[in-house]
Design a protein around this ligand. Structure first.
Ligand code: PLP
Length: 423
């Protein structure tokens, strides 16, 4: 499937039926798999052969979705997880333990921010945040011998900061640190982090990949470009894993992906369910079409809001005066996605009045599905954050996040217009 274009891969990658098999992946709703010979089973446990034995480690339906996402991102292996949060957690645990640190952009999804600022430190993993707009030398100062990952988002949720890939890729290369990118809001249709120096991609597939707000999920994609061999930062890849018959992951063709599945998925068990693998697989068939429409609609909506007298500021990288316009043109030239944020003039109560007046666009703790929706992060997803943390995360109190769907753009704009009239 490697030579096909991205829209073809969305439809075709990940599953090829043999004669007489179902045309789309069947749901293998089974915890376990049958083998008549003990040796066959033993070889699977030893990773000497490929196959399925227990759905906590791998499942054929989930594998179809994993195969598709790996193909879309140009990766060598993908791991379907129960949610985007579990994907991020497992990716970190694969490389970091107590006493280690990760270095992360501060402009990230609120749930990920909480994981990094509160939960990881309780497990002994420190997170050092950087402002994504900071110069490289300032970010570099955070890296020391214990740094195991640099974490970023291609398009930050909800701050809509577009990642400067070149800046981070140079730092990661110079220090031999794994560069991980949450590509949820760009999707591989609009940006492929591998082409810009990333080593690992993480997705909340609950968003655009599924696209219908139907299935929670996450995916970790090993892009197969990071060399763990003899890198002193990654002792756990270079020493035998006694819990896995002395396997040395750095010696394997797929080092990260194998360690993540064989060790972390085995121990934490946060695997995607077969049902959600199926829904996500068929949902992602239309990803390329949807991303085109989301991007076109959002550009129209952003141009409308930009001129509206009740809008204080608007942030969508399609707007030529946007701070991230040049970065978006470089890294996401075919469309800048459906996510935007804007500030309503006046106090915070105006945000609630506006959102309650909307008729077509609904208030939801979700983004990036076919239906347009809004959220006020400061009183919902980001409500645990202090004023200082909100500032660092690029989330002013009057920020309204709008996820533009694939409805007709005129209808979306008409709904915004009538709601703003009521503010
Ligand atoms: N990453 C991004 C950019 C997100 O927007 C989200 C959720 O909104 C997550 C990760 C977490 O994903 P999930 O809700 O699937 O756990």
């Amino acid at each position: 499937m490697k030579n096909y274009k991205i829209d073809t891969l969305c439809v075709q990658a990940g599953y090829e039926p043999s004669s007489g098999e179902s045309r789309i992946p069947p749901i293998a709703q089974s915890t376990t798999f049958f083998y008549p010979k003990t040796k066959e089973m033993a070889d699977l446990f030893d990773l000497k052969s490929e196959g399925y034995f227990y759905s906590r480690l791998a499942n054929p339906t989930v594998a179809a979705f994993e195969g598709k996402v790996a193909a879309l991102e140009g990766g060598v292996c993908a791991i379907g997880c129960a949610s985007g949060m579990s994907a991020t957690s497992l990716a970190i645990f694969t490389v970091a333990g107590a006493g280690d640190n990760i270095v992360s952009s501060s402009a990230i999804y609120g749930g990920t921010y909480n994981l990094f600022s509160t939960t990881l430190p309780k497990l002994g993993i420190e997170c050092r945040f950087f402002n994504p707009d900071a110069p490289a030398d300032e970010i570099e100062k955070l890296i020391d011998g214990k740094t195991r990952m640099i974490f970023t988002e291609t398009v930050a949720n909800p701050a809509i900061v577009v990642l400067d890939f070149d800046k981070i890729a140079d730092i990661a290369k110079k220090h031999g640190v794994l560069f991980a990118v949450d590509n949820t809001l760009a999707t591989p249709v609009l940006c492929r982090p591998k082409e810009w120096g990333a080593h690992l991609v993480i997705h909340s597939s609950s968003k655009y990949l599924d696209g219908h707000a139907a299935a929670l999920g996450g995916v970790i994609v090993d892009l197969g470009v990071f060399d763990f061999k003899d890198n002193p930062r990654y002792a756990s890849f270079n020493e035998p894993d006694e819990s896995y018959h002395g396997l040395v992951y750095a010696d394997l063709p797929v080092a990260f992906g194998t360690k993540c599945r064989a060790q972390m998925m085995r121990d934490f068990g946060a695997i995607m369910s077969p049902q959600n693998g199926f829904i996500s697989y068929i949902g992602s068939d239309t990803l390329a079409l949807r991303m085109e429409r989301h991007s076109q609609n959002a550009a129209k909506v952003a141009a409308y809001l930009k001129k509206h007298p009740k809008i204080e500021w608007i942030n969508h990288p399609s707007l030529p005066d946007n701070k991230y316009y040049a970065l978006a043109k470089k890294y996401m030239p075919d469309g800048q996605g459906g996510m935007m944020s804007f500030g309503i003039k006046g106090d915070v109560n105006k945000c609630a009045a506006f959102m309650e007046a909307l008729k077509l666009i609904t208030q939801e703790t979700h983004v990036a599905d076919v239906r347009s929706c809004v959220l006020h992060p400061a009183s919902t997803t980001h409500r645990q954050l202090s004023d200082e943390d909100l500032k660092n995360a690029g989330v002013p109190k009057n920020l309204v996040r709008l996820s533009v769907g694939i409805e007709n753009a005129d209808d979306i704009i008409a709904d915004l217009k009538q709601a703003l009239e009521k503010v």
